[in-house]
Design a protein. Structure first.
Length: 95
């Protein structure tokens, strides 16, 4: 596989609170779900409010395993906020 391969097939679920008020901190939960095979080391890159990025290293997972990631985002003013996209990538250690 080429270096920096981006996967859209790996399930990644995002949980958000129903409502967040102005000047509050919002907690975002991501759950990665492995498929039928063991996963390699993965990088999760989430674009958050204000076009900033949250990057996580995700250790290899056994088949059918789940791993939870969590981060917080400060919500400034009122209004609808966009979150994402979230990219899951890995690179070939042998080039």
């Amino acid at each position: 596989m080429p270096a920096g391969f981006t996967s859209t097939s790996r399930p990644l679920q995002r949980r958000l609170p129903d409502h967040v008020f102005a000047d509050e901190v919002m907690r975002v939960q991501l759950t990665a779900v492995a498929g039928r095979r063991r996963t390699p080391m993965l990088t999760v890159d989430e674009v958050t409010i204000g076009a900033t990025h949250r990057m996580f290293g995700l250790a290899p997972m056994r088949p059918d395993a789940q791993r939870a990631l969590e981060y917080t985002v400060a919500v400034g003013s009122r209004g609808v906020r966009l979150l994402g996209p979230c990219n899951v990538t890995h690179s070939d250690p042998f080039g």
